[in-house]
Design a protein around this ligand. Structure first.
Ligand code: SAM
Length: 286
């Protein structure tokens, strides 16, 4: 089998199948074997693992994933890629290929049908829906061990940011609630066909085994985070009272009990600060 990372091979396969790249689906195929292997290494994939790959494309990463994992569930939205995938992966008996939109697929039902107890996600994600895919995976309470994905560098920096900078925001705190994210490595746009307009990076997110909060506390925590960052240039007193259904007096009281100065900005608060705010909100208003 030819190397699927060779641009000439990619072009030949696409031409033979009369396939034209669909910009709408964020199709940028990997052309570097090293990067493919590094992504799989970052995911720490072993023969014990079931892997969910979102957007297999022509199967460049799917092939080595099948070799290194116990089984691979590959979900591809573009029906025009299915015959190509079937051809390129015809020898892989541990592959389940689904022609579905990952945003609509009932993943829980799918893995239950297959008797899969837990799985790891490995993907070179379509960039037009990076955040909804990641948040969708995290919010659905799925038995995911880890998520290792290539995404836009700028989004990777937001997810792995520390408090105090412009990259730190609601996405950072939300991903930090569910996982322990690390930026594995940066990838130049030159290793894709066609080249995307932005640089990319691979992040690895180990998913926490236990929920950190009770349902009410979690709900309030996420509302407080969203409200705080809704006007990130304003003081906390203003952004929280503008965006939460309580008056300024109550917000003042919540900030005081949480020992957070009212003139601070959301981006200076760490996870514990938001957690104290959520607890105080419940004690004072519920
Ligand atoms: N894994 C391949 C690679 O690395 O060469 C392709 C990656 S490409 C960046 C993203 C892939 O996701 C494309 O194959 C695209 O058709 C697919 N895709 C886009 N939107 C999708 C969705 N909603 N559900 C499933 N796959 C999707």
């Amino acid at each position: 089998m030819e190397r699927l990372t060779s641009p000439r091979t990619i072009e030949e396969i696409l031409k033979r199948h009369g396939f034209t790249m669909n910009k709408r689906f964020g199709q940028n195929f990997l052309t570097d074997e090293n990067i493919v292997n590094k992504i799989i290494d970052s995911g720490e994939i072993t023969k014990e693992d079931t892997v969910l790959e979102i957007g297999p494309g022509i199967g460049t990463m799917t092939r080595p994933l099948c070799d290194r994992a116990k089984s691979v569930i590959a979900v591809e939205i573009d029906r025009m890629l299915i015959p190509i995938l079937k051809e390129n992966l015809s020898d892989k008996t541990n592959l389940i290929l689904l022609n579905e939109d990952i945003m609509k697929l009932d993943i829980k039902n799918e893995i239950e049908k297959l008797g899969v107890k837990s799985f790891k996600v490995v993907a070179n994600l379509p960039y037009y829906i990076t955040t909804p895919i990641i948040m969708g995976l995290l919010e659905k309470n799925l038995p995911i061990e880890s998520i290792t994905v290539m995404i836009q560098k700028e989004v990777a920096e937001r997810i792995t940011a520390k408090p105090g900078g412009k990259d730190y925001g609601a996405l950072t705190v939300a991903c930090g609630y569910y996982t322990d994210p690390t930026l594995a490595f940066v990838v130049p746009s030159t290793v894709f066909f066609p080249r995307p307009k932005v640089d990319s990076a691979v992040i690895n997110m180990k998913v926490r085994k236990e929920e950190m909060m009770e349902p009410l506390e979690k709900k309030v925590f996420f509302s407080v985070v969203k409200a705080a960052f809704a006007n990130r240039r304003k003081t906390l007193l203003n952004s929280l009272s503008n965006n939460l259904p309580i008056g300024k007096d109550k917000v003042k009281e919540i900030l005081e009990v949480s020992e957070i100065q009212e003139n601070r900005r959301a981006e200076t608060l760490d996870f514990d600060d938001f957690s104290r705010l959520a607890k105080a909100y419940i004690n004072i208003t519920v």
